[in-house]
Write a protein that binds this ligand. Sequence first.
Ligand SMILES: C[S@@+](CC[C@H](N)C(=O)[O-])C[C@H]1O[C@@H](n2cnc3c(N)ncnc32)[C@H](O)[C@@H]1O
Length: 310
Amino acid sequence: MTAHPPEPEIDFYNPSPARVHDFLVGGKDNFEVDRAAVRELTDTIPGLTTMALATRAWLGRVVTHLAGEAGIAQFLDIGSGLPTTGNTHTIAQTAAPAARVVYVDNDHLVLAHCRALLTENPRVRVVHGDLRDPHRILDHPEVTGLIDLTRPVALILSSVLAFLGDDDRPHDAVAALRARVAPGSYLAVSHPDNTVAPDQAARLDQLYATLSPPGRTRSPEEIARFLTGLRLLDPGLVHVGHWRPAPNEPTWTPEQAWVLAGVGRLDHPTAASAEAAASVRPPPDGVPYAVGTPREKTGGRVDRRRSRST
Ligand SMILES: C[S@@+](CC[C@H](N)C(=O)[O-])C[C@H]1O[C@@H](n2cnc3c(N)ncnc32)[C@H](O)[C@@H]1O
């Protein structure tokens, strides 16, 4: 195994997105500062816990499908968060025991907590990486050591793209990832939709604006563009509760979980992806990342159903 970089600094004094999310989904790897932030947030954004839980459940259904029926044997989960229930590797390896999973997160605590998984499971690795620098992720020796990019891979981008602001060119970062994976790969995206509960979304945007670098919620059209040109699995880009709901799970309405989610199959690299990939340059350490190509102009299929059924 490649040597780890020097021990990273962990910020105990400010809430971190990974630890806040961990607390929201019932995990134990968080500090009082994170729990206090969640209490404050859920006062003004009551849907937050439901959204995190519903998205986690969606992720489980996606990975079950991809590792099972779709026959995908390798997963790259970027913005994976702290290990909690329903981890990608647990679900993937239940469906396909030989499945290989690399987790990537820009929070050093995630790396630290996931090291236990490394010793226990030779087909799981954890990498410190930033979605704003997609090539560095794909070229990381821990990634290339486990994932064969000449074979289909599932790219999982669950609730991470909202942490990228427009200056970070999230669509180009995704296009760069798409351009480097083999035909037959899949891209799974979930992202908060700012049109269903606009008041709560605006409050979430206020929170994203305080992050460094700042992120944001997005419209269905903006979210659909991450999946442009891919063959979307049924039912298309829908709210998480509507993506192949399982009979044993609660049925979350869009108003309860205003997160859009979709899974697309990449049959051929698109010209836009190749162009974006060629233009991506890694940022100097610590400097916000930007790429220099026009964004894709067309949208994917958006399901705008707003069922209130439960
Ligand atoms: C809301 S959690 C989502 C966790 C998990 N993917 C899920 O859907 O349940 C977002 C995660 O993305 C990570 N993250 C935020 N910005 C990132 C970036 N630019 N690159 C990689 N990870 C990032 C955070 O540290 C956090 O662990």
